[in-house]
Design a protein around this ligand. Structure first.
Ligand code: SAM
Length: 303
């Protein structure tokens, strides 16, 4: 393996990886073969659905969310099947499904705002678990909003409202409160490397710090929309603690009415980089390219 760059070494050190772990991690980033596909079943999927390809037995994993199947063949062209065109499933990386497993610790919500929703994966995962929820799928970028709308429609999510407000505009929507907010935040996207995609500069400090600043701003803006007793699921597809544990630590410090919630089915993925419950997935875990999630609960009493 070529000598690691300064940025790679910095990331491995922030992740507190041993030399052996760092070598495996960097190899996974350079090889770019850590994607693993998952399919989210939709409201259009027949109740007795049998997929036309073999799927992995995930019963021993203990965390696979309801309505998610994992094709055995990681390179399966799931989009080429008629069932895809019929909207029976929505493909995404298994690490996205892993992140949404944190919703297992959330009581059934009446309403959900997916703040950063396009192209729609987290919304599909949430709807597979909570099909009756009043759902707003929000996306700031118009072109991506169009894709989101198309994906929701194709998968039968016709009751979902599609919105396009910026987080600071949500801050002023004083009439609206949600029991559940999904903040699958824009990030440096370091896990794209593990999928074999190009993402120049994603390990560099300016990119990471700039994203961390934006993530904090997004969360501070949307927090007023979280109902007392409600939950906020923060997730990213990047590895750097600056955009993950540090962002959550920042929020918890400023909002005494927030606490991080234990997610029992993710206990083996608990981050050792913070004292509160947060969860991280790396390519070595074998469940996709990796990611981070942390579930926050807002207490009923004002802080
Ligand atoms: C990680 S992607 C979301 C993926 C999506 N949740 C899914 O599972 O398919 C982050 C999204 O945040 C949007 N975004 C970018 N900047 C934003 C900002 N300042 N505030 C809110 N959303 C933003 C991007 O357009 C992008 O669609």
């Amino acid at each position: 393996m070529p000598e690691p760059s300064k940025a790679e070494l910095r990331l491995c050190s922030r992740l507190r990886l041993t030399d052996g772990e760092a070598q495996d991690f960097l190899q996974a980033l350079r090889e770019g073969r850590s994607s693993r596909q998952a399919l989210v079943l939709t409201s259009l999927t027949p109740p007795d659905y049998v997929p036309p390809f073999p799927c992995a037995d995930a019963s021993s994993w203990g965390w696979l969310p309801p309505g998610v199947i994992v094709p055995e063949d990681a390179d399966l062209k799931s989009g080429a099947f008629d069932d895809y065109r019929k909207g029976f499933y929505y493909p995404l990386d298994l690490s996205s499904a892993w992140e949404s497993a944190a919703l297992s610790a959330v009581p059934v919500p009446a309403s959900c705002l997916d703040l950063c929703a396009a192209p729609g994966g987290k919304s599909m995962l949430m709807l597979a678990r909570f099909p009756e929820v009043v759902h707003v799928a929000n996306e700031v970028h118009p072109a991506r909003r169009g894709i989101l709308r198309g994906n929701l429609r194709q998968c039968g999510a016709v009751r979902s409202e599609v919105a396009g407000l910026r987080p600071d505009q949500w801050a002023r929507e004083e009439e609206r409160l949600f029991d559940l907010i999904l903040a699958d935040a824009p990030c440096s996207g370091q896990s794209l490397l593990a999928k074999g995609m190009k993402n120049p500069g994603c390990l560099n400090a300016p990119m990471v710090n700039g994203n961390a600043k934006r993530q904090k701003g997004i969360l501070l803006s949307v927090l007023p929309r979280l109902a007392p007793g409600g939950h906020l699921l923060y997730s990213t597809c990047t590895y750097d603690p600056e955009e993950n544990e540090k962002v959550m630590g920042y929020l918890l410090k400023r909002h005494a009415d927030l606490s991080a919630v234990e997610v029992p089915c993710l206990s083996s993925f608990r981050s050792s980089l913070c004292s509160f419950p947060a969860y991280r997935l790396l390519p070595r875990d074998g469940f996709g390219a990796g990611g981070f999630c942390c579930l926050l609960h807002r207490s009923f009493s004002a802080a």
